[in-house]
Design a protein around this ligand. Structure first.
Ligand code: NAD
Length: 292
């Protein structure tokens, strides 16, 4: 090589090495995220992922004990000023509005909503009481409506775009025995997300849905009746459920809250700048076939 060219290459390699050593900019730096059900398994895993990428997070939940523990734990890991907790029942319009007001007072804006607060309920169709039906519709369908409407209003007013992520469920698309009320409410969430994507697009507000299949570990909703009903309907012991779901999956892998959080990161960040109105199935492949 001519001397000058060799010098140029060496110089370029040194510059490249310098760049590699520089800390990478965090992709959600300066963003403000509001996560409902933030004290639960998927909500808190998502909060961790966002905090890792430099966002500040507000966790909204009804479970005071879990919320306090989560906020303290995340505050220790990522800095107290970067995490807030707010008690809010997503079925209450007043509490939802107040939770967003507090977010604006505390952090001065909003960029990301993860609508995730949820419950489980499992019963054969004929045993589904009106109370169970109403509870599912109110927490899941109405709750997602109230929370996303509030976030949408703020995002639209700010004129800076934004990302809304719905954590729905495979059950919102595929029928599952014992999950009629839950599945119908999840179907409402999925459709609501698409309507919101349509109306939000001119304002740069993107709305996408994640459909998990069974996420057993770290999730409170897998305790109690849901767990025993699933074990009974599959004729296995409760302790064998995780292995059962793993073996049933196309990829032969279990899904964890961190897997949902990774998709929620993708959908909240600029990596998905060209995606709206979509559904990502995080289900180890189960959505490809009716038999899974
Ligand atoms: P989780 O029970 O660990 O978390 C849910 C959180 O929502 C809890 O902290 C709970 O206190 C909170 N919550 C419940 N009702 C509320 C209300 N009215 N207002 C505010 N907060 C409320 O469960 P998870 O697995 O993290 O579930 C999160 C979401 O993922 C839910 O919407 C659920 O339907 C969905 N999902 C879960 C699974 C799974 O297998 N775990 C599968 C598919 C979809």
């Amino acid at each position: 090589l001519p001397e000058q060219e060799a010098f140029d290459i060496e110089y370029w390699l040194l510059e490249e090495a310098k760049l590699q050593r520089m800390p990478k900019p965090k992709s959600l730096a300066g963003r403000i995220a509001f996560i409902t059900g933030g004290a639960g398994g998927i909500g808190s895993a998502t909060a961790v992922r966002y905090l890792q990428e430099g966002a500040v997070v507000v966790l909204a939940d009804i479970d005071q004990g879990s919320l306090d523990a989560r906020v303290e734990e995340l505050g220790k890991r990522f800095g107290k000023d970067n995490v807030r907790g707010v008690i809010a029942n997503v079925t209450s319009e007043a509490q939802t509005i107040e939770a967003f007001r507090k977010t604006l007072v505390e952090y001065g804006g909003l960029d990301i909503l993860v609508s995730n607060a949820g419950i489980s309920s499992a019963a054969p169709f004929e045993d589904t009481t009106l109370e169970v039906w109403d509870r599912n519709i109110s927490i899941l369908a109405t709750g997602y409506f109230l929370v996303s409407r509030e976030a949408y209003r703020i995002l639209k007013k700010q004129k800076l775009g934004g990302a809304i992520v719905f954590i729905a469920s495979k059950n919102g698309l595929a029928a599952s025995a014992g999950a009629s009320a839950y599945g119908a409410a999840k179907a409402a969430e999925i459709h609501l997300a698409r309507c919101l994507a349509l109306e939000g697009a001119p304002f740069g507000i993107r709305v996408n849905t994640i459909n998990p299949d069974a996420v057993l570990r770290g999730s409170k909703i897998w305790q109690g009746e849901w767990r025993s009903q699933r074990a009974q309907s599959n004729r296995i012991g409760e302790d064998d459920l995780e292995e059962f779901y793993r073996k049933r999956s196309l990829l032969q892998r279990s899904v964890f809250p961190e897997d949902i959080a990774e998709a929620a990161y993708f959908l909240a960040s600029d990596l998905s700048a060209k995606s709206t109105g979509n559904i990502i199935n995080v289900d180890a492949g189960n959505a490809v076939s009716f038999t899974r």
